[in-house]
Design a protein around this ligand. Structure first.
Ligand code: DGT
Ligand code: MG
Ligand code: MG
Ligand code: MG
Ligand code: MG
Length: 256
């Protein structure tokens, strides 16, 4: 029914088209995951099932939205970088961020059993999301470096905190007090001398988070033996702060 008397209400909608030709980051983050991870008995400080489920949901998002050139995840958050030329939903901000977070959340719930088995999902989790724009390659690399530096800082702190609480029998307050004002060196030393933990030997996933991107891989057809190079989505726990990564994979930011 065209032109009903109600149609004027459409004009109340505010446009939210994102600027052209800039990187779009959609960052999603678990809502009240302090509570969610506690209620679901996540291992402290890192739960491999939880991290793998986050990675799987993010991988499915990358498959569903091919404009994503790289994604970075840690803890209860994931950042998806959409290419500058992306024209998904005519670059409408809320449509992009809501579609991505909705798909991520449904994948998280849909695949819960694959990672947690009989450990029941007790209530439906929520994730929030937002779009942030970064104009230059430098800006987007700095954004990703910011998240990866955050992963390291939080993981080092959390590893010390939980060693003090779970292994040294400290109360949460005592552990917090002991860590207040300490620097990286002191925390590394504490882990090594008191808990026999060499921080650098902890899994890279805990220290560096997870990076999803498309990589050229050689694949051999089993039937005819022909080898072809194909672009495949992969998850690696690599350093993206140093230039080495960006030099090794120039296509990520260079892709048109
Ligand atoms: P928000 O985001 O403001 O709604 O509140 P939260 O509670 O989600 O806080 P946030 O996002 O700053 O921090 C993530 C929380 O999730 C933090 O309490 C630690 C927890 N978390 C994430 N991954 C793990 C894990 O693998 N194991 C455990 N034990 N906790 C985790
Ligand atoms: Mg959260
Ligand atoms: Mg928060
Ligand atoms: Mg978070
Ligand atoms: Mg519709």
């Amino acid at each position: 029914m065209a032109n009903s008397k109600y149609e004027y209400v459409k004009s109340f909608e505010q446009p939210d088209i994102l600027l052209q030709n800039v990187w779009i980051v959609v960052r999603i983050d678990g809502r009240s995951f302090h509570k969610f991870t506690t209620k679901h008995d996540y291992a402290k400080p890192n739960d491999d099932r939880g991290l793998s489920l986050m990675n799987r949901a993010a991988l499915e998002v990358c498959k569903e939205f091919p404009d994503i050139v790289i994604a970075f995840g840690e803890s209860d958050e994931y950042s998806f970088v959409l290419k500058k030329s992306c024209n998904l939903f005519e670059r409408r901000s809320s449509k992009i961020s809501s579609s991505i977070v909705s798909y991520f959340t449904s994948q998280f719930v849909y695949r819960w059993k694959e990672y947690f088995g009989d450990h029941e999902l007790k209530y439906p989790p929520t994730f929030d999301s937002r779009c942030v724009l970064y104009p230059t390659d430098e800006n987007i690399k700095d954004y990703l470096s910011w998240r990866q530096a955050d992963t390291h800082i939080n993981n080092l702190y959390n590893t010390c905190y939980w060693a003090l609480v779970l292994k040294a029998g400290k109360t949460p307050i005592e552990a917090e007090n002991e860590l207040r004002g300490t620097f990286s060196d002191g925390k590394n030393e504490m882990l090594f001398s008191r808990f026999n933990i060499n921080y650098n030997n902890l899994p890279a996933e805990y220290r560096k988070g997870s990076v999803i991107f498309k990589k050229m891989v050689q694949e051999t057809n089993e039937e005819n033996g022909v080898t072809k190079s194909k672009k495949r989505l992969i998850i690696e726990h690599v350093d993206i702060i140093s230039e080495k990564f960006w030099k090794e994979y120039p296509d990520i930011l260079g892709s048109k």
